[in-house]
Design a protein around this ligand. Structure first.
Ligand SMILES: NC(=O)c1ccc[n+]([C@@H]2O[C@H](COP(=O)([O-])OP(=O)(O)OC[C@H]3O[C@@H](n4cnc5c(N)ncnc54)[C@H](OP(=O)(O)O)[C@@H]3O)[C@@H](O)[C@H]2O)c1
Length: 267
């Protein structure tokens, strides 16, 4: 029962490997472009390849029963065809709605059963506030009332590992919109990060232009994309759900808990 983890050194893929091991899965094959640098745990079979280079995937997919599919939209069509041709039982794919919709549609239409995980905002994304929190104890953003339920990448990995470790036909074909435990405004998220790191964090509303100037040094070209995404979020408040707890048996961590675990990032 070999489980192939693609993007196995990635932010989420690496955690999927660890969580599979914790669940007692021993037959894990990890895909990386550079096995020498990958530093994967002992006992994990490491193969060279990348979803963006389909010619590397035949070897990686040989005798594989299940696949964790990292998000790589440019080759998702051919990847799904190769996974189906390899007679894989099912895939667990990190995908999602919004700008990931096309990616999700290709997976849903593929000739291999899939379970898709569509997270919204990651807790890890709030590391982009670290510089301003360390320097001023204040977050300045244009849309204080946008509501989100941020989820930690490790909770996404826990769900992926649980679904890969214990096959259950009831999950096949589902899109699970994973969230953290509570829906909060951006201003409340700043406050909760303050609670997590043990120092008050204030929130001040600023103009879009000011937010771009603050975020550009941290996020580069992605800053304007991100601020536009936030603006769109004003009309679409995210609701929290209990899917992480239902699918893994343990609840998702809160943004305050995540901040506590990552306090060193905030200076
Ligand atoms: N919020 C949402 O709704 C949502 C939904 C779906 C996806 N996402 C995205 O998913 C990402 C997290 O996914 P992840 O942690 O699995 O992936 P990741 O951190 O982007 O890592 C992917 C891995 O693929 C390998 N790779 C090799 N060549 C690459 C290339 N040219 N471009 C990209 N990757 C390459 C790298 O490993 P090696 O170097 O070892 O080969 C890398 O560690 C987030 O950053 C987010 O952008 C977000």
């Amino acid at each position: 029962m070999t489980v192939l983890v693609t993007g196995a050194t990635g932010n989420i893929g690496r955690k999927v490997v660890d969580r599979l091991l914790e669940l007692g899965v021993r037959d894990i094959r990890a895909l990386t472009t550079d096995p020498a640098k990958a530093n994967l745990p002992d006992g994990v079979e490491v193969v060279t390849g990348f979803l963006g280079r389909p010619e590397t995937m035949s070897v990686a997919l040989a005798d594989v029963d299940r696949v964790y599919l990292a998000p790589y939209p440019p080759t998702i069509g051919i990847t799904c065809e190769m996974i189906a041709a390899a007679r894989v039982s099912y895939v667990v794919a990190l995908s999602g709605g919004a700008h990931w919709q096309q990616h999700a549609d290709v997976i849903a239409a593929a000739a291999v059963p899939a379970i898709q995980l569509g997270p919204g905002e990651f807790c890890e994304n709030f590391a982009m506030w670290a510089t301003q929190i360390a320097a001023t104890g204040t977050v300045r953003e244009p849309y204080p009332d946008v509501v989100e339920a941020p989820i930690a990448m490790d909770d996404i990995a826990r769900v992926a590992a649980a679904l890969l470790a214990a096959p259950d036909d009831a999950h096949l074909g589902r899109m699970y919109e994973l969230t953290g435990p509570e829906a909060l405004t951006r201003a409340q998220i700043a406050e909760q990060i303050g609670i997590g790191i043990g120092r008050p964090v204030r929130f001040e509303t600023c103009s879009r232009e000011e937010a771009l100037a603050t975020l550009a040094p941290v996020m580069g070209e992605q800053a304007s994309w991100y601020v536009d995404l936030l603006a769109a979020g004003v009309q679409t408040p995210q609701q929290a759900n209990d899917l992480v707890a239902e699918l893994t048996g343990a609840p998702a961590i809160s943004i305050a808990e995540w901040a506590k675990l990552n306090a060193d990032r905030f200076g």
